[in-house]
Structure formats: C-alpha cells, structure tokens
Design a protein around this ligand. Structure first.
Ligand code: SF4
Ligand code: SF4
Length: 161
C-alpha cells in the first residue's frame, strides 16, 4: 500500500513537472502546449495506468487471445517513461513545420499577430493544424488578443495550476 501511494505521488510529480514546463508556451500557430497530452504528461500517466491495470488484473492469462500482451506492455512502458514533448519553442514538435519557419523568419511570436496573415501562403497548413488540435481538445489562440491573459485563463481552467 505504502509503495502504491509512493508510486502515485511520483507519477503526479512527473505529470505536474511536465505541465509546468509547457504551461506558459503558446506555439507560433497558436496551439497551447499546456493543453497537449503529449507535452503535459497525460500520455505518460495514461500509459502507465493502463499497463499497471493490465498487469494487476493478469489479462495476459485470461483476456482476449488476439492481443500480444508482452508487446503491448512493452509499448506502454516506453510511452509511460518517454520524455514529454518540450514544445516547438524549446526544440520539440515538428522540425519541418512551415508556420514555425515562416514566423521565425518574419520575427513574429504568433501567426495571429502577423501582418501578412491575410495573404499567408501557409494558411491552409495553419488551418489544418489548428482544427486538428481543436478536434483533440487542445486550446488554440487563433485571434489577436492579450497572450498573458489568455494563458492565465486556460491555466486556471485546466485546474492544474
Ligand atoms: S511545430 Fe508548428 S504546428 Fe507544431 S506547435 Fe509548433 S508552430 Fe504549431
Ligand atoms: S505568413 Fe503565415 S505562417 Fe508566416 S508568420 Fe504570418 S501567419 Fe504565420
């Protein structure tokens, strides 16, 4: 029992450290890294919980035979211990990103604050990234506005501050 409490504290600490690392990061395209499950530690925690549950319940012995439990548990262990994405502002994310390269070249910190946004040659790409992020529940700042206030609101809404 004591061990399980210690384990859960360790996971919570890791999750909160991942969140703290990205909570103030808004990518050039407007994606909030604090809401990204790959960056904020959610994937690590879910993978760990899933692996532990499958092991504790001994699914390998009596679960569906179509599943390769050894490979599955191995994959979940990798995901559980992987380093959360640091976000593209710290060198993570897609190194081929068109928006990031363009924003860096133009010297803007957010595409929605870019003077060329209306004639943007990457508009389709930006739209694809933003809609995809919103579909999986991420927060996206896709209009002009007070960056600090927007982040403060999202951090408070997340309940993880
Ligand atoms: S790499 Fe590009 S698409 Fe991904 S978060 Fe950064 S700016 Fe957005
Ligand atoms: S031109 Fe488009 S991709 Fe480039 S910084 Fe402006 S809005 Fe972003």
């Amino acid at each position: 029992m004591a061990n399980s409490k210690k384990g859960s504290r360790g996971k919570n600490k890791r999750e909160s450290s991942a969140f703290n690392n990205v909570k103030n990061q808004l990518a050039y395209c407007g994606l909030w890294c604090g809401s990204c499950s790959v960056g904020n530690g959610t994937v690590n925690v879910l993978a760990g919980k899933c692996g532990k549950t499958l092991t504790d319940y001994g699914l390998k012995d009596w679960g569906p035979k179509e599943v390769d439990y050894d490979s599955l548990l191995e994959g979940l262990a990798v995901l559980s211990s992987m380093e959360p994405c640091k976000g593209c502002l710290k060198g993570g994310g897609n190194s081929e990103c068109l928006a990031r390269a363009c924003a860096v070249e133009k010297g803007v910190s957010e595409c929605c604050e870019c003077k060329s946004e209306k004639t943007c040659k990457n508009a389709h790409y930006l739209d694809h990234m933003r809609k995809g992020a919103q579909r999986v529940g991420m927060k996206v700042k896709d209009r002009k506005g007070d960056r600090a206030a927007v982040l403060k609101g999202w951090i408070s809404e997340s309940g993880r501050a």
